[in-house]
Ligand binder design. Structure first.
Ligand SMILES: Cc1cc2nc3c(=O)[nH]c(=O)nc-3n(C[C@H](O)[C@H](O)[C@H](O)COP(=O)(O)OP(=O)(O)OC[C@H]3O[C@@H](n4cnc5c(N)ncnc54)[C@H](O)[C@@H]3O)c2cc1C
Length: 471
């Protein structure tokens, strides 16, 4: 093939990239392109979105690398269904290469593009890159998709071992890039202005360099991951989710580290990466989960919660310190520890009795690592409406979670500074303290920090009845 176009989307890197590697191998010259998808961007109402900064960092890093090979990243803004065929014509491309995406919108868009190009007798090649195993590779004895994680994971590991733990690395020979002079490149042209977003600071720097550095740093912690991963104040998880979401590193980069040694830390981390594959498979196979409960009977739940309580949850003003600390952290940084995601999701659905879809949408707006499959999976797991979810009667007690996972209140003090003078014992439920303790802590519950907006025990009973009504 003379000329290939590699369209990068959520795989913003130039190493270990299946589609790019194949384009470079099979064509004399390859062009790399990125489209700011107007249909995705118009849904982001906040034009100060730090995730756009991560994308810009990633694209700039790619551009710098491409320029070293006298090439450039072609950037467009619009509907990819129109923009890709235009690029194909403009650059006289023979074949389009891209990595598969499993979100419903992306699948529809990609299939439309494929149809248009095939009608023009252009070749389209798609690749498995975003996950390690796709939906048809890990099936149960009846040839069906697993709906329970543990047997899925066992089969995943069995399949991996059967291939002698072979992890392909898709090397990219950038010497075969097409030379381009591009005045509208991502570094010199004001693309932020063109897409109508604003420069927004972000707690993370995007790009592969930073992602691979973090992966390497995590090597220091992975040994203890099994024990440390549940304690937010320790900050000893990898913090790679935003990078894997944008594709600054490949899932294979992560798995290579996960199998470096065989001990509980490494194995538990690999297990989390398998959860990621699992939820991608579920979304791919059951796209309806985007709007509906995986277990249809739960779509009949009459959620009893109020708008006011939802707002208090969003603002970190519920009077439950660990929940408030986690939500304030999310609002400020766009990040939240996995244990706390489970705590706040359980709290929203089973203590405030609010539909998981509202929480899911809020996370989608705020999380730097927002990923439809993982977010939907996590929310439906917490709300007990999902595939292999926890049973509906398992309701996290926010006080116990707080005492267990933030025993010294370090995390609470960081995000709810008004509570910082309470003791390690009282900080988890300051409303239970005597008035003299509040005087000492210089924090009056109901004035400086909210009293609990609902009572946990009473709401627990209401939650059980609410769920039971549709069983
Ligand atoms: C309600 C809820 C919503 C969530 N929303 C998202 C989301 O939008 N995006 C997202 O990437 N993760 C989501 N998760 C999963 C998990 O919380 C994050 O992946 C994790 O906190 C990211 O931190 P880390 O990179 O330090 O993870 P680590 O603990 O270091 O794990 C390594 C990687 O494994 C993957 N992973 C870990 N746990 C899970 C999981 N439970 N499900 C799927 N993948 C996992 C991630 O890619 C992560 O980067 C959600 C979980 C819950 C309970």
């Amino acid at each position: 093939m003379k000329r290939a176009l590699c369209w990068v989307r959520r795989d913003l890197r130039l190493h270990d990239h299946f589609a790019l590697s194949e384009a470079l191998k099979n064509a004399d010259e390859t062009i790399v392109a990125f489209i700011f998808d107007e249909l995705i961007l118009e849904k982001l109402h906040n034009k100060n979105d730090p995730r756009v900064s991560i994308i810009m960092d990633s694209l700039r890093e790619m551009e710098t690398q491409l320029q070293k090979y006298s090439s450039s990243l072609i950037v467009r803004f619009g509907n990819p269904v129109e923009e890709i065929p235009k690029l194909i014509a403009e650059y006289k491309i023979d074949g389009l290469f891209f990595n598969r995406d499993y979100e419903p919108y992306a699948k529809k868009r990609d299939s439309e593009i494929e149809q248009i190009l095939l009608a023009q007798k252009k070749a389209v090649y798609t690749f498995k890159d975003h996950v390690f195993f796709e939906k048809n590779e890990i099936l149960n004895g009846s040839g069906e998709i697993y709906k329970v994680f543990t047997p899925y994971k066992n089969k995943w590991l069995e399949t991996f071992r059967a291939q002698e733990e072979f992890i392909p690395e898709y090397k990219c020979n950038l010497k075969k890039l097409y030379p381009i002079k591009n005045s509208k490149n991502i570094i010199d042209h004001d693309w932020l202005h063109e897409i109508a977003f604003l420069e927004t600071p972000c707690v993370l720097t995007g790009g592969s360099k930073e992602a691979l550095k973090r992966l390497n740093t995590f090597r220091e912690f992975i040994e203890n991951y099994k024990e440390a991963r549940d304690v937010p104040a320790l900050e000893q998880t990898s913090n790679l989710s935003s990078y894997i979401r944008m594709g600054n590193l490949s899932v294979r980069d992560m798995i290579r580290l996960a199998v470096e040694k065989r001990n509980s830390g490494y194995e538990t981390w690999l297990s989390e990466i398998i959860w990621r594959d699992f939820y991608q498979v579920i979304l791919d196979a059951y796209p309806r989960v985007d709007k509906h409960c995986f277990r249809p009977e739960y779509d009949n739940i009459k959620w009893l919660g109020s708008k006011k309580d939802f707002q208090a949850w969003c603002d970190g003003q519920t009077g439950y310190p660990l929940v408030d600390a986690a939500m304030r952290c999310l609002n400020t940084t766009g990040m939240m520890h996995n244990r706390l995601r489970m705590v706040v999701a359980s709290f929203l659905t089973k203590t405030l009795l609010i539909d998981w879809r509202l929480g899911e949408r809020y996370f989608a707006e705020k999380l730097l690592d927002y990923d439809m499959a993982a977010n939907n999976g996590g929310w439906q797991w917490s709300a007990s409406t999902g595939v292999d979810a926890q049973p509906y009667f398992r309701i996290f007690n926010p006080y116990n979670q707080s005492e267990k996972f933030d025993p010294e209140g370090i995390y609470i003090r960081q995000w709810c500074p008004e509570l910082s003078r309470f003791s390690n014992k009282t900080i988890h439920s300051p409303h239970d303290t005597e008035i003299f303790e509040q005087v000492e802590a210089k924090c009056f519950v109901g004035k400086d920090y909210p009293a609990p907006i609902v009572g946990y025990k009473q709401q627990r009973d209401r939650a059980l009845a609410m769920y039971k009504a549709v069983k």
